[in-house]
Design a protein around this ligand. Structure first.
Ligand code: F6P
Length: 487
């Protein structure tokens, strides 16, 4: 890495400066992408280019929109790109999150494709291309583009650097699933998106299955050469490798709470149940949060022995609230929580019992770690998810003999964390039964499963994820996945 300058481009920034009343707060966003990339930038330094989404982002940066971060101990530069309201509505809320997000997640939400959103998406991709510096002090640049917000960026950058003395290596990592060719084909601009991505030297997904889908999609919609042996696509004389790089978390040790501290935390949040199930998500319809509350209701119906003894503590950071589907989800969830609490809650004693405790605000990592440690079980019930780092964070933070993970079979994480209780979140019955099973697991069995998962989370971590991609970019050789032809 010494001869290279690392440049990361993502929509979401790692630190948001937000004005609240007279004060400026620094927020760490709820984002799997930030969780995985931040330790890499802290370690190697470099430049991170992202959308300036905070109300005090520009006043806290210099004239170029740059600020050294982390604020407490600067290690790398964050360059913020300011977008107009129209650009943000069209590119981020519109094309990225009302179009591509439901297109790639099979959660039965219809994608919306508006020409005006597509135009803003193209314009913003161009603006981010212009924000990438071409002079890197004689060093070669390694450009790691993140996610579905920037499908056009690899080609735009390739064109821009065609004549530069130092040609950068460009990778794009798609953090969400890649659908099958039929599903992807409904996007009116499917070819433009594919061609844009194929400007990269390497395209990464979390799972081999998504790599297979991508190659089949290129095969269906492009005049390109597909090499099923090398797992590559060649277009306009440029070859792009397609590889699986399962993302991981920062494996730094976490502070462990003792039992008294856990008890205090429970008291602070009015949690009086002896057994706690936790859920930690952005409020997103792909996460299966309503299903989780329904499963809690079914559990209390079917297994009365857990009434008054078990609470679900659900953290739900607000997300993409301008989009009607997200507002509808919040309303649906509120209704479900109220219903379960009025059916099974009990206000009569000195310690009122609520089956579901919903914490609908943003929480910082320090606190989230402690909630994980409070959770005798953790529910990850996504209807579809590229990876899901909550599953890995829980395994990492919770004591081996105390925790059980219930994990949707539709997450990338379920391919790795096979010792979890793997469930179909569309089956409320199965979810409820798996919670009962998790509670009743003998300690030795629980510990065996958690220790095996901890080892996987420790070794397949964020550094491993980043270094595998960087190695593939630098050497052009296979990543960590087994190259396999789609069946
Ligand atoms: O993990 C998938 C992802 O899309 C990330 O790319 C993103 O940072 C995260 O979800 C949160 O979404 P948003 O940045 O729109 O709040």
């Amino acid at each position: 890495m010494q001869d290279h300058q690392l440049i990361v481009i993502s929509n979401r920034e790692p630190y948001i400066h937000q004005r609240r009343d007279e004060k400026i707060e620094i927020i760490r966003p709820a984002s799997g992408l930030v969780t995985a990339l931040e330790p890499i930038l802290r370690q190697f330094g470099g430049l991170w280019i992202a959308h300036a989404s905070g109300s005090a982002d520009l006043e806290t940066a210099d004239k170029q929109g740059e600020i050294r971060v982390p604020p407490s101990q600067p290690r790398y530069t964050l360059r913020r790109v300011a977008l107009t309201r129209e650009e943000e509505l069209g590119y981020y809320y519109g094309f990225s999150n009302e179009g591509l997000w439901p297109l790639c997640h099979l959660a039965h939400n219809r994608p919306i494709f508006r020409l005006s959103d597509w135009e803003q998406y193209q314009a913003v991709n161009q603006r981010f291309s212009n924000a990438v510096p071409l002079d890197s002090d004689g060093k070669n640049s390694l450009i790691l583009i993140q996610d579905y917000h920037f499908a056009l960026l690899p080609r735009l950058l390739k064109q821009r650097v065609a004549t530069a003395s130092h040609r950068p290596k460009i990778g794009i990592f798609w953090h969400i699933p890649w659908p099958n060719p039929e599903a992807f084909g409904i996007c009116p601009w499917n070819q433009e998106l594919l061609k844009g991505m194929l400007g990269a030297d390497v395209i990464g997904f979390h799972t081999q299955y998504h790599c297979n889908n991508f190659l089949e999609t290129c095969n269906r919609y492009l005049e390109a050469r597909i090499d099923w042996e090398k797992f590559s696509v060649t277009m306009d004389n440029q070859e792009t490798l397609i590889r699986a790089f399962p993302i991981g978390i920062d494996p730094s040790p976490v502070r462990t709470l003792n039992l008294t501290e856990i008890k205090d935390l429970k008291t602070r949040y009015g949690i009086h149940a002896e057994i706690v199930a936790v859920g930690v998500d952005r409020l997103d319809y792909t996460k299966g949060i309503v299903e989780r509350v329904e499963a809690m209701e079914r559990l209390l119906e079917k297994y009365p022995q857990y009434r008054q003894r078990l609470s679900l503590v659900q953290m739900g950071a607000p997300s993409r609230t301008h989009i009607p589907a997200y507002r509808a989800l919040a309303a649906q969830l509120r209704e479900a929580v109220e219903r379960v609490n009025s059916r099974f809650g009990d206000d009569s004693g000195p310690s009122p019992y609520r089956p579901v405790i919903f914490l609908g605000e943003h929480h910082e990592w320090e606190e989230i770690q402690y909630f994980y440690q409070m959770g005798d079980l953790c529910l990850v019930t996504s209807l579809h998810d590229g990876m899901n780092l909550v599953a890995k964070e829980y395994v990492w933070c919770q004591a081996a003999e105390r925790g059980s993970l219930i994990l949707s079979k539709f997450t990338g994480a379920s391919r790795e964390l096979t010792e979890a209780l793997i469930v179909n979140p569309y089956s409320i019955e199965e979810l409820a039964d798996s919670m009962a099973t998790a509670i009743e697991l003998p300690t030795a069995e629980r510990t065996r499963r958690m220790l095996a998962m901890k080892e996987k989370v420790r070794s397949q971590n964020a550094f491993h994820w980043a270094s595998s991609q960087i190695r593939t970019l630098l050497t052009g050789t296979a990543g960590i996945s087994t190259v396999a032809k789609a069946s």
